[in-house]
Write a protein that binds this ligand. Sequence first.
Ligand code: PEP
Length: 255
Amino acid sequence: MRRPFVAGNWKMNLTLAQGKALAAAIAADCPAGDSVDVALCPASPYLLPVKDAIAGSGVQLGAQNAYFAAPGAFTGEIALDMLLDVGCQWVILGHSERRQFFGDTDALINKKLIAARQKGLGVIFCVGELLAERQENRTEAVLETQMAGGLADVDAAMFEGVVIAYEPVWAIGTGVTASPEQAEAAHLYLRNWVRSHYNNAAADQLRIQYGGSVKPDNAAELLSQPNVDGALVGGASLKPEQFLPIIQAARGIVK
Ligand code: PEP
């Protein structure tokens, strides 16, 4: 059984006041014991205030990145211990914006992922192809490379705390969404990848989020696909009137 999981990636957006108000609005509608897992991933300066705003609700806290090393001389970086210290349950790793703009390679993502799992932090591991790669029919090859690289030396026990987010880069922040069929095909490929590299239980339990211009009007159809277990939401997670209907669309879906 896979509980749906909807996460909001706020990226480098919002003021402190806006973040607190948004988190409170989401928390008010997501009680503890809800049928859907919900996480908010604010920018690091807002982790603590958001933690306070969601206290007592069913909403979980996530970060957008972390460094793999132990605390020390790494100016500008954030240690996994620090994320745990402020109450994070999740960290997003391998987001395409990290890959594109900040040099996060598969090897670096792999180090971060292993370190996060060793600390017991849940990982939302993002994979996805560029538009040119899809047009050249290389989607599966790209996913294979990203999965093999990001999950190198990750054994089945460590993999248990990993959620995969399939995020076609051409759909992120563009308003262009993968069709339900395109999303389902990629998710099925990813689940089968896990089946062949780990085992049936790991594949059957794995939650795979879709990310890329998820909105209230396309969420239900995407989430109804057999292998779509949730959503990683960017732009639409910044407004309660858009994010709450997406969460609502995920409620009650158990696969
Ligand atoms: C994302 O950045 O993870 C994302 C899916 O963004 P958007 O929903 O804005 O496309």
